[in-house]
Design a protein around this ligand. Sequence first.
Ligand SMILES: [Zn+2]
Ligand SMILES: [Zn+2]
Length: 258
Amino acid sequence: MRCAGCGRGAWPFCPECVRGIVVLSPPWCRRCGAPSTRSPTTCRDCPPEAVALSRAPFGFVGPVRRAVHRLKFGGWRPVADALSIAMVRAWEGAPWGPPDAVTWVPLSRRRLATRGYDQARALATAVAPRLGVPRVRLLRRVGDAGPQARRGGTERRQAMRGVFAAAGEVPRRILLVDDVLTTGATAGACAEALRAAGASDVALLTAARSIVSVRAAGTSAYTRRGLASGSVVAPGNVSPVVDASRGRSDPRKPTLGR
Ligand SMILES: [Zn+2]
Ligand SMILES: [Zn+2]
């Protein structure tokens, strides 16, 4: 395997790509893990209420963004395993206690047919054994939300309503896995479906989260021997964004994307 960031260097991330990885770390919003200069209990970038808590190890930029794209569109399935190490680490610090099951946001049948596998399921498959929790299919798609990319948060939420339904018996405490947290509309719809089917609490764990502006890099998330501890990015330099489709980031000006 080659580097998941650039496709040339050493697996999983070469030294150059490691420098470009943005590791999310406290102080942050205690509910959703969005970088913040304080540690609020909630923030404007929190996912919908049905999601009790969310965590992501990385900002969805640079090498991690490219790695997720390789996982989703390039057939690089082992990327799921590499990212799951950091996901589990991000989850272990979360004040939530052990879930009863790990499940995932299911891909539409049409996309599954094109891609050959479901990237969120691949991540859940890698995360679950590391947490010692069973991975269970608990969701299915019952509708089509249409194209998501250009919609704002509220529109996305409306479009996602009714897209998911619970499949089978749903345990009480569920950890939902997806590749990227953007507005949280998809995760919110999944959490609503799970709660309607009897879940008491749903938390979300993603490989990355959309952020619009990043100045600092210089992390040591991945070394040659795997994941290193103590990876830090100065929190003031990272801003979460609700609408990732806004594109451009200005490195000197951390701004919320709306
Ligand atoms: Zn690289
Ligand atoms: Zn928040």
